[in-house]
Design a protein around this ligand. Structure first.
Ligand SMILES: [Zn+2]
Length: 168
């Protein structure tokens, strides 16, 4: 168990994927839980780094981890650094947190009341390109099966229905 500077959280083994971040105490809705920190890089460098995990994930079945976050028009944050505890927060299809850009800082913010002991998650918001490479193992009732931005869900759900019908 790793203790962090944030009073709200602990890091420990998750049933979803590797390590996860859990509520150390009850967290009210709208709380700034922890800042998503990392190396500030240019968009060009960010694009270069974004290609590396995708190539890796071709080989591994589990989702490749991407830690790049948009900070502003010129810069991104690469959160793949040891001091960024927020990188352990998993994706689920029923998240209890979201990421918010507040005055040049990326925050993990609760979108509901979270009970002590619950695992924190947010939607990674992946694009529809190559979505099949990023399978979701969150086990939630509404799991769409892939790590995917909610705005694209209807496309996957439409496909699912299609393939069900065609097997009859
Ligand atoms: Zn899911």
């Amino acid at each position: 168990m790793i203790k962090t500077k944030s009073p709200y959280i602990v890091v420990k083994q998750s049933s979803i994927h590797n390590k996860g971040v859990f509520a150390r105490k009850d967290i009210p809705e709208g709380a700034r839980i922890i800042e998503y920190v990392g190396e500030k890089i240019t968009k060009k460098e960010s694009e270069r780094r974004a290609d590396i995990p995708i190539q890796k994930s071709k080989k591994s079945i589990k989702h490749g981890a991407v830690y790049l976050f948009e900070l502003n028009k010129k810069h991104d944050i690469d959160g793949n650094v040891a001091y960024n505890t927020a990188r352990f927060i998993n994706h689920t299809c029923e998240p209890n947190c979201e990421t918010l850009l507040i005055r040049g800082h990326i925050w993990i913010v609760s979108i509901t009341n979270i009970k002590k002991g619950a695992e924190l998650s947010y939607n990674y918001g992946y694009s529809f390109d190559d979505y099949e490479r990023h399978k979701c193992y969150c086990n939630k009732v509404s799991c769409v099966g892939y790590i995917l931005n909610e705005i694209h869900w209807h496309k996957v759900q439409h496909k699912k229905r299609k393939s069900k019908n065609s097997t009859k």
